[in-house]
Ligand binder design. Structure first.
Ligand SMILES: [Zn+2]
Length: 446
């Protein structure tokens, strides 16, 4: 206690006569134990809502469970003093927390998605908390032999002494992204309980259908009115996603002539479009395939191969982080096509490439990343920049005009029965969010 007071006194002094204590943790006497309790209580409640999204649905939200959770979250936001709480027709929950500081600061939003993945059922999730993890495997369900193997889950090595939450078998947990929802809601309550904490205007959004890629598109970015946003949907401690792939799709059409009886194909106009397409596939370099690339290296992947009569259509995707690598992949694709044409001069081959999405790195102001890194460093967390090997809600938002990198939230082994949440990493994420709010509050709005 003595130490705390001394620290508070020192901060007051350095800031001059009228200044308040601006270190959020000292100003609010942050208590880690109660933060962990709140996070656990919220999280284990939210996962009991079945919010699995449906890729076959044509509307947003794709499932009614998401509406139920949206209403519950709206109620809780109101309870903890959030203003202008709304649930849209698409079950997007939005709210704001007015500034407590007089200094005009930018409006910063925090966003998490409510739906869970399609791979495993989200119905009747029974969370269990494994307190104070001692190391080794975690048995989720002994009867059905569902175990988190410590060797296959390397992040568990960093979780000794942490509280781990899993499901009980037969379902996923929903850590993706109910960890993010719990962290944001606990932040809202924290600001409500500690009105002395200085911050600028804050916006909140809980969105549906992230896993099917349709939810965040329905967020009216202009009406929402945030200058910057962070999604809270990442994994390991310190992870900060500031890059995604650039995605393109391609379609190659091979036309042959198989009307000739194969018994008389030699020295005839016969051309086999199936062989043309398979030659094309084979000619694509093995070192540019999904299973031979990782980290910052992109790939070419062919996922549809369809023949109807004399036409074989091949469809696939290109993924790369830089334009330079994308151009190299395009060159490989074109080279394979030219070779096929030369090998099969009685047929025709065409290639069409279309844009899908772009690496959102170009849309992120450097200040957003440096403040997030500073927030983590000041909380004793080592920031780790992460390049997502796929698109994110944040990339959709960023191209809609609301830049949104992704913060870690303590979700692991997602989209599986072995999914788990690390409450201590969630707590570190909560502190990062609170510190970030405090740092943004000191920025001037321009
Ligand atoms: Zn997610």
């Amino acid at each position: 206690m003595k130490k705390l007071l001394a620290a508070a006194f020192c901060c007051t002094l350095t800031l001059g006569v009228s200044a308040q204590v601006t270190d959020w943790k000292i100003a609010t006497k942050y208590d880690k134990k109660s933060a962990k309790e709140q996070l656990t209580k919220r999280f284990t409640h939210y996962v009991t809502f079945d919010t699995q999204s449906d890729p076959l649905a044509t509307k947003v939200p794709s499932t009614p469970g998401q509406v139920r959770l949206a209403k519950e979250l709206a109620k809780e936001l109101k309870k903890y003093g959030a203003k202008n709480v709304q649930v849209s027709a698409n079950a997007i929950v939005t709210a704001e927390i007015p500034a407590t500081s007089n200094k005009p600061a930018p409006t910063v939003a925090f966003i998490a998605h409510m739906d869970t993945a399609r791979e495993v059922s989200g119905k009747n999730v029974k969370p269990q908390t494994h307190k104070d993890y001692k190391g080794g495997d975690i048995v989720i369900n002994a009867q059905h032999n569902i175990v988190i193997n410590a060797q296959n889950s390397p992040q568990l090595a960093q979780a000794i002494g942490h509280d781990i939450i899993t499901a009980s078998g037969g379902t996923l947990l929903g850590a993706d992204d109910k960890t993010g929802v719990s962290i944001i809601m606990t932040m809202v309550q924290y600001l409500y309980d500690h009105p002395q904490m200085q911050h600028g205007p804050i916006k909140i959004a809980f969105t549906p259908d992230e896993e099917v890629g349709t939810g965040v598109d329905k967020l009216d970015v202009a009406k929402f009115g945030a200058d910057y946003a962070y999604t809270v949907d990442g994994g390991a401690l310190g992870e900060l996603t500031n890059e995604t792939f650039t995605g393109k799709a391609f379609k190659a059409v091979f036309t042959g002539n198989r009307a000739v009886h194969p018994g008389f194909a030699m020295n005839s106009p016969f051309e086999d479009n199936v062989l043309m397409a398979s030659d094309f596939h084979t000619l694509l370099p093995r070192q540019s395939r999904p299973e031979t690339t990782s980290g910052h290296r992109g790939y070419i992947y062919l996922d549809i191969f369809q023949t109807q009569g004399d036409t074989t259509t091949v469809e696939g995707i290109l993924r790369a982080f830089s334009d330079e690598e994308m151009n190299a992949l395009l060159a490989q694709l074109n080279q394979a096509l030219r070779t096929v044409k030369a090998m099969h001069n009685k047929g025709t081959a065409t290639l069409e490439v279309t844009d899908e999405y772009r690496n959102f790195n170009e849309k992120l102001p450097p200040l957003m990343i440096s403040l997030a890194q500073n927030a983590m460093t000041q909380e004793g967390i080592k920031p780790v920049l992460h390049a997502a090997r796929g698109g994110t809600d944040g990339s959709i938002l960023s191209f809609k005009g609301l830049p949104a990198p992704d913060l870690f939230s303590g979700q692991f082994n997602v989209h599986s029965e072995r999914e788990y949440a690390d409450v201590d990493v969630m707590e570190a994420s909560l502190r990062t969010v609170l510190r970030l709010i405090s740092l943004w509050g000191m920025q001037s709005k321009n």
